[in-house]
Design a protein around this ligand. Structure first.
Ligand code: PMP
Length: 408
């Protein structure tokens, strides 16, 4: 008899489960609002023109497919430092003083996993404060790495906005020195971000309570349409360090969404240290963390990123590509709002559709309303989150009508 005979069926992954249902549905008007991946105005995945150009360069210049170093190639790491920190005086000065250790990550998830393992090995406090709600995989990654998670208030179900008072209260009463996970922008699943002024208040408490931040940046570029402008939040962390109000922070960053490199699995992690000599030690241990997990990262996606970040023309094209994606998401929010309020005269307040940012919107729909929508072939998660990327001109009317019907 098999040694696995007693293995129980795991519960279906919520989002992948939805896709299975969606694929089986024969209704030609079916809509998938589950998956957080960009789609163009015909509902198709999009390979960014900048990435197509980078592929062309790579096919002509690639010399080998050798292993890359454990933390990624030196060129990748130096470009990443320049890209993430270079446009901020305090960020650049951290880099110049050897205080930023970076590594390629297997996209954002891999970067988070490595940061979680590193934290467990070298930080004495196990507790990680996470927003309520947060991306479900955050909790899985942190807990599977031997850390404990504790929710802090984040979303206000009354206003469909940020519960900033609850958030600050929870941070103030947290154990000093706890790790805190913060979404850099376009919070998943709610689409609700603090304003820049609210960030200052949050960071003040982070500083007072000596919290150790992990900033997770999976949607850079989808807040303002400009990836560099979206670094304003990261720069606030750099400024705080420069002001001597924060000693360390960590960053996980992904090119899945903003370069459309989902399946290539490329991103990075950063660990801010007290100086050059500490960075050497930290990097040596980072290698010891990564080596037994996946030995070294994949190289195709990171070579594309290196080309995009170093070739001025392709980089300029990339900035345009991000703007195209972001503009379409903003347009779809406005279009859905317009259909709900003006075409169908839906009595609910849908302002949050316009105010929330990025790929996701927390609609405020109840689990019962969600299940009625699924009966109408509109697929979304039970928490009422919709991926704006799944909306396009041809399906928005069907969607608005369905939402109107289940809410009135
Ligand atoms: N963090 C958050 C909040 C996310 O939503 C995602 C993507 N769903 C990630 C990290 C990581 O994604 P990836 O591993 O594809 O870069």
């Amino acid at each position: 008899s098999s040694v696995w005979a007693s293995v129980q069926q795991a519960p279906a992954d919520k989002i992948l489960g939805l896709t299975v249902l969606y694929n089986k549905d024969t209704n030609p008007s079916k809509i998938n609002l589950g998956v957080g991946a960009y789609r163009d105005n015909d509902g198709k995945p999009w390979i960014l023109p900048s990435v197509v150009a980078a592929e062309k360069v790579l096919s002509q210049t690639e010399e080998n497919k050798e292993y890359v170093p454990i933390v990624g190639s030196p060129n990748f790491n130096s470009l990443i430092k320049k890209f993430l920190y270079g446009a901020s005086a305090s960020g650049q000065s951290l880099v110049d003083s050897g205080r930023v250790v970076t590594s390629q990550g297997i996209s954002g998830t891999g970067a988070l996993k490595v940061l979680a393992e590193f934290t467990k090995s070298f930080y004495p406090i196990r507790k990680v404060l996470v927003p309520n709600p947060t991306w479900a995989n955050h909790i899985a990654i942190l807990e599977k790495s031997g850390l404990e998670t504790e929710p802090y208030r984040y979303y206000d179900y009354e206003s469909n906005g940020l519960d900033v008072t609850g958030l600050l209260e929870d941070l103030r009463k947290a154990q000093e020195g706890s790790v805190i996970l913060l979404h850099a922008c376009c919070h998943n699943p709610t689409g609700v971000d603090p304003t820049l002024e609210q960030w200052d208040e949050i960071l003040e408490v982070v500083s007072q309570k000596k919290l150790l931040p992990i900033l997770d940046m999976a949607y850079q570029g989808f807040r303002t349409g400009d990836p560099i402008e979206d670094l304003a939040i990261l720069y606030k962390f750099c400024d705080l360090v420069a002001a001597g109000k924060l000693d360390n922070f960590m960053l996980s960053q992904s090119f899945a969404k903003n370069m459309g490199l989902y399946g290539e699995r490329v991103g990075s992690l950063s660990i801010v240290t007290s100086g050059e000599e500490e960075s050497v030690r930290v990097k040596s241990q980072l290698e010891k963390v990564i080596r037994p997990i996946y030995s070294s990262p994949p190289s195709h996606g990171s070579k594309l990123v290196e080309i995009v970040l170093s070739n001025p023309e392709i980089y300029a094209q990339w900035l345009k590509d991000v703007k195209v994606m972001n503009d379409r998401l903003v347009d779809m929010r406005a279009l859905l709002y317009d259909k709900l309020k003006n075409t169908y005269k839906n009595p609910l307040n849908w302002e949050h559709l316009l105010q929330q940012q990025g790929m996701f919107c927390y609609t405020g729909l109840s689990p019962e309303q969600v299940s009625s929508l699924i009966d109408k072939s509109v697929y979304l998660t039970g928490d009422g989150r919709i991926s704006i990327a799944g909306i396009y001109e041809k399906n928005v009317d069907y969607l608005a009508k369905a939402i109107h019907e289940v809410t009135t």
